[in-house]
Design a protein around this ligand. Structure first.
Ligand SMILES: Cc1ncc(C[n+]2csc(CCOP(=O)(O)OP(=O)(O)O)c2C)c(N)n1
Ligand code: SF4
Length: 250
């Protein structure tokens, strides 16, 4: 009896991610959501720029490659051209919270019926570990060798908190994949975000606290612990906005 297999929504292409990088876990959770809702045939993913740039090779559905930060704008166009398709983006923190801030904020403000998977690993992974908009105060990166100094470069951007103030945003949750319990919660949140889109319930964004052992200079295990001890306290997990549950409760 088969008890564990690769989701159908993942191709057989071997993932190129570094050992211990949690991008792979998040790919799996997205694929499991697509399988469980049986929507692969009508799903279009939008790949971004960053370590996940090859996402278009990994998901077994139609994929489009967006320029850096522009994925929510591309997703908007796809959705408006064909509202019955299920459109998701998969973006890192440099892509979504710095280069694409405008596209992120305004797609949420417009309440586009799309799903954004936001992978926050507090660093620019692909380009070698520069400071990201989500790098923590004091965090050492290639471009902050003495630690992020908030007096000169400012404070990290908390995307879930920011977007949850917008009336257009439907469902916003922050999850993590640093331990089994959190992976299970992340799976539920990602599936719920896709389901909301199927039900035409508007904009959803799931932020996933992820790791970058390579650029954090840590072993995979130490990176999971660093995420638990440093990232989660700064980026608390939980539901930041759930418009339809709130309305149903009224
Ligand atoms: C407009 C533009 N600016 C900068 C770059 C260079 N660039 C490519 S990937 C990247 C960082 C991506 O980091 P992130 O989105 O956090 O994803 P990660 O690699 O950490 O998964 C940068 C700055 C680019 N390709 N285009
Ligand atoms: S550089 Fe970091 S984010 Fe990119 S694949 Fe390696 S561990 Fe993952």
């Amino acid at each position: 009896m088969i008890v564990f297999k690769k989701p159908k929504a993942l191709t057989d292409a071997p993932l190129h991610y570094c050992p211990g990088c949690t991008h792979g876990i998040i790919h799996r959770l997205v694929a499991e959501a697509i399988d469980s809702l049986d929507i692969a045939g009508k799903t279009i993913g939008v790949a971004s720029v960053g370590c996940s740039v090859f996402t278009y090779n990994y998901f077994n559905c139609d994929m489009v490659q967006a320029a850096h930060g522009r994925a929510p704008a591309v997703a908007t166009g796809l959705k408006r051209a064909d509202p019955d398709k299920i459109i998701f983006t998969y973006q890192g923190d440099g892509d979504l919270a710095s280069i694409g801030t405008a596209e992120t904020v305004h797609s949420a403000a417009r309440g586009e019926n799309i799903t954004i998977i936001f992978v926050n690993n507090a660093i620019y992974g692909m380009t070698g570990g520069q400071m990201a908009p989500t790098s923590l105060p004091g965090q050492v990166t290639q471009t902050s060798p003495y630690g992020r100094d908030v007096n000169t470069v400012g404070y990290p951007v908390r995307i879930c908190e920011l977007l949850s103030t917008l009336d257009g945003a439907g469902y916003i949750e922050r999850v993590a994949v640093n331990n089994v319990k959190n992976v299970r919660n992340a799976k539920k949140a990602i599936e719920k975000a896709f389901r909301r889109q199927v039900e035409k319930k508007g904009f959803s964004l799931i932020e996933v606290i992820s790791t970058c052992p390579t650029n954090w200079g840590k072993t995979p295990q130490a990176a999971l612990e660093w995420a638990e001890q440093n990232m989660i306290p700064y980026y608390p997990l939980g539901v930041y906005k759930d418009k339809y549950s709130e309305e149903a409760a009224k």
